[in-house]
Ligand binder design. Sequence first.
Ligand code: ARG
Length: 595
Amino acid sequence: MEIIIQKKVSEAVKTLYGKDIDINHVQVEETRKDFEGDFTIIVYPLIKCSKNTPEKTAEEIGQYLIKNLQGVSGFNVIKGFLNLNIADNWWVKFFKEFSLQGNLFEPCKVKNPETIMVEYSSPNTNKPLHLGHIRNNLLGFSLYHLLKSCGHNAIKTNIVNDRGIHICKSMLAWVKFGNGETPASSGIKGDHLVGKYYVMFENAYKAEVDNLVSKGIDEETARQTAPLMLEARDMLRKWEAGDREVVNIWRMMNKWVYEGFDETYKKLGVDFDRIYYESETYKDGKELVMKALNKGLLYKRDDGSVWADLTGEGLDQKVLLRSDGTAVYITQDIGTAVARQNDYKFDKCIYVVGNEQNYHFQVLKAILKKMGFNWADGLIHFSYGMVELPEGKMKSREGTVVDADDLIEEMIQTAREVSLELGKLEGFTQTEKKEIFRKVGLGALKYFILKVDPKKNMLFNPAESIDFNGNTGPFIQYTYARIKSVMRKAAQNSIVSDPKLLELAIPNAKEINLIKILRRFATVVSEAAKSYNPSLIANYCYELAREFNQYYHDYTILGEKDEIIRNFRLLLSERISYVLNEAMWLLGIEMPERM
Ligand code: ARG
């Protein structure tokens, strides 16, 4: 419709004012919510042709369209905006095409697809995943689906920060206090076991520091000289030197962690096309730094450490290699970025990382550009806010984290309780029920997190997230299952729907409104992909589900006597369930066929 309107407006300008105007310069949008109409033409750019006021120009073009464009049933003018009303029969025609359309994402395809890597998850290997990682994984996974659906060559990637002082701390504690404990011997999931030793290190280390402080040593010196810290540093140096014993322990413990992570990813339903490991890229990073140093792009301080001076870019001085030559966090990011560019020649690389690392990513881009990598312009930090539980702040060090596995389990458990309470699940087998609890529990968790603007900090409220009547995943899942049940009943009663009869139907206002919402699907997907904002999809699903529920409450579908209307309602419901399913898939949420 937009294109037809553009053409007609260009024709109107030619006829009315004798001027040629390229149809791509005619701006047509969907009318904003607070105004009356379906499509809006922005008239301001046209007044140079009409040599008249915006109001007068809009009025003239509006009159022209009413006479010359079928489907336009009325218009109103607000300043330089010409709002068009589209006739009901046009919407019905649209719905007919839409209900036959095989791939809903066809209209979302971009003209110039890009190669876009989406990095998400990116855990450290010293402890299990937590609630923050859940938000991270959900955002990254959904962003990937959005970009892919719009025709981009999207690649899911992950960087595992598997080396450094943090993992040495877990290793050291295991060597000292572990007595050879393994996931198999203890029955503890690998990442949790390693996390347990990390906490053990922190506690023992804190005791040492306290002890030193009580002897009159100042806090900072105590932290630097506590025996456990010295030993951990020694272990890191040995690791970088390739010491066999240390490397073997590191391999073994990392393997435990990966097996644990894999389980969590699987439960969460996320995966990756390519995983990078810091242990494999940090050396490239070091080399790149040395090369840039030799070219005079970086500088060395007296203690031997290597620095980038970014004051010209409005940033700070940044250390890239410590005085003992070891790599820091950003060193591996330099190596990883270059490896990814070599492997995939990406146009963009989107880092899904919390907003506490905003500065880090500014610095990373500035350093890569300083090194002469112009593609670094395509590095984008998708910075999201923090997520907390209502009880209080999430902490990552002291073991009071909201653990991802625990939370997922709890959500499934809550889904079970709520469903049983509602008594909805008679006649289901044990296996079917389990599947429903899993889908509902995860649907609640994912939807609640994704419906929030990624930039904002948020509270995750488990009880609210699973409310079947709110703006929640289960509400949308329930709406979907409801439609599916209508469709099953139709099939049982041999009621077949026929798209050919659609155009004979005269829909009521609620039905027209539902068609209008369906039509917005492609626009919302494109918008969400462009603005990296899955919450637009979530809120779209809610609007569609809510409107459908009200409609379903007011009208009967299978009980309708008029065959043409019943046919139309059945097809409308069917399409709504289809759109809901596809939209929720973009969020990584599975829909139960019945619940
Ligand atoms: N592992 C890091 C952390 O837990 C996050 C890594 C983010 N990605 C990156 N390319 N630096 O803080």
